[in-house]
Design a protein around this ligand. Structure first.
Ligand SMILES: Nc1ncnc2c1ncn2[C@@H]1O[C@H](COP(=O)(O)OP(=O)(O)OP(=O)(O)O)[C@@H](O)[C@H]1O
Ligand SMILES: [Mg+2]
Length: 254
């Protein structure tokens, strides 16, 4: 099934919010998704309220001592399964080289353990471009790029597009991607201008669905919940439902 990396080298654009809510809705639809938290900030791990007893019990254990990925899976609320992160995961960027083997490690483990034979995998990447975030792209068959509609968003989108193009040369295949406008405020002219520029520049690679700025999306992590557990009638829940519908219909997250 699909392996999707939620990736943008720019920080604070809605990667974690998007990974959490897409996975939560997939779980509600009975798809048994697996989240992999590749960000040493471990925001998604914290939102899922998962306790990691030692660094080796997180994804770091796979990279540092070769722990099995399946053995690292934890059960979170709402039927979500997650391979958690830990601050020590930051060491991966310096401990291991940047050669193809280092960048392919997660991909190798997922394939070896048949982790996604009957479940989709959603990977939450960290905002820096390094070994960890590139592992998510190498392991993915599709990349979802959240773009928050602020004034630096187009710059972040172009940077990420350049990175994906460079990786396509290495991987010798096209990386299927979709850009997703997040934190969209329809009262702001800037949001509409960014929407127009993104669609002119990236065409069909931009999701039709936009995720609006929404207080329930911002507050639900505080309650260790997805927006569907916290405020199922909210605008945020409606937007992420529309997004998953769109991604499933076009086969991006089939
Ligand atoms: N549509 C939205 N409406 C309101 N707040 C949002 C929305 N999307 C994200 N946020 C909030 O914006 C902040 C950044 O979002 P998030 O953590 O998802 O971004 P990120 O790209 O994962 O950040 P990082 O690069 O640090 O990992 C969070 O406080 C989150 O709750
Ligand atoms: Mg994040």
């Amino acid at each position: 099934m699909a392996k999707v990396a939620v990736f943008n080298q720019k920080g604070g654009v809605g990667k974690t919010t998007t990974a959490l809510n897409l996975a939560a809705l997939l779980a509600r639809r009975g798809a048994d998704p697996l989240i992999i938290d590749l960000d040493p900030q471990a925001h998604l791990t914290a939102i899922c309220d998962v306790n990691v007893a030692a660094p080796e019990r997180s994804l770091y254990g796979y990279f540092s001592v070769g722990a099995s990925l399946a053995g690292l899976i934890k059960l979170a609320g709402g039927g979500l399964k997650i391979i958690p992160s830990h601050l020590d995961l930051a060491k991966v960027d310096t401990l291991f080289g940047k050669g193809p083997n280092a960048l392919n490690r997660l991909n190798y483990g997922i394939l070896k353990e048949n982790l996604n034979t009957d479940r989709p995998i959603i990977m939450d990447a960290c905002p820096m471009l390094g070994v960890l975030s590139l592992n998510s792209v190498f392991a993915a068959d599709r990349v979802l790029v959240p773009i928050s509609t602020d004034y630096l968003s187009i710059k972040g989108a172009l940077q990420t597009e350049r990175t994906l193009k460079a990786l396509e040369q290495v991987l010798k295949k096209r990386i299927e991607r979709r850009f997703l406008l997040t934190r969209f405020d329809r009262r702001r002219k800037m949001s509409w201008a960014i929407d127009r520029q993104m669609r002119e520049r990236f065409g069909a690679d931009v999701c039709e669905t936009r995720i609006a700025e929404n207080v329930s999306l911002a507050e639900s992590p505080f309650h260790n919940r997805s927006v569907f557990g916290h405020a199922p009638e909210s605008r945020g829940a409606r937007d992420y439902t529309a997004l998953l519908d769109e991604l499933q219909i076009c086969g991006f997250l089939g």
